[in-house]
Design a protein around this ligand. Structure first.
Ligand code: ZN
Length: 198
């Protein structure tokens, strides 16, 4: 990673680093849910979306922030934040890379497979953490993008779609990105240093 990019990243994300929070629940190494978790009643559509990913869900809790490698990632629903650069992320769904805004996070407790004779390995013993996102469409075929000023590595032209809600495992959120909206195009800027981290 170049010094310039490193400097940009430091400037953009400095205030996201090293947040201390007492309400912290580890999801995986380097990823934690932070802040209050509240009981949540999802719409039929969100329930369906989540169950398509996870299977039958018993209860939902919602929360607004995660800590990913010492950076706080917010959700759009987190009222104290208005900066799009704290909820724009790169994530993986079905082995493909996507970009989007995080709307909110859900902690899903699964339905018991064998009520009455439940075992330690039953899915009901583990909570699954997912994010509900507004997914962008990546634009590849606009002639404007052939111009040198737009032809920059790590700058990805995107369109905000309508009805584009999706979900992914919180552990499949790869990094915080920088969102840029200009007159004709929106862009996502990706910092290359964290791409290979798994
Ligand atoms: Zn069970």
């Amino acid at each position: 990673m170049s010094k310039e990019l490193l400097f940009c990243e430091e400037m953009y994300f400095r205030h996201h680093y090293k947040v201390k929070c007492n309400l912290q629940q580890e999801i995986k190494i380097n990823i934690s849910a932070i802040g209050l978790q509240k009981v949540y009643k999802p719409s039929a559509w969100i329930k369906c979306l989540a169950e398509n990913l996870l299977g039958k869900i018993n209860t939902f809790m919602t929360f607004q922030r995660i800590l990913l490698k010492n950076k706080v990632i917010h959700s759009v629903d987190y009222k104290r934040v208005t900066k799009r650069n704290s909820y724009t992320v790169k994530y993986v769904r079905h082995s493909k890379t996507y970009f989007g805004f995080i709307k909110y996070f859900l902690k899903c407790s699964m339905k018991c497979l064998l009520p009455g004779s439940c075992t330690k390995k039953c899915p009901c013993k583990i909570a699954n953490f997912i994010a509900i996102l507004d997914e962008f469409q990546v634009v590849n075929d606009d002639p404007l993008l052939q111009l040198p000023m737009y032809n920059l590595p790590h700058l990805i032209p995107v369109l905000k779609k309508t009805n584009s809600q999706q979900c992914c495992y919180v552990s499949d959120i790869k990094e915080l990105c920088f969102f840029i909206d200009s007159k004709n195009h929106d862009f996502v800027m990706v910092f290359p240093n964290t791409i290979e981290s798994d």
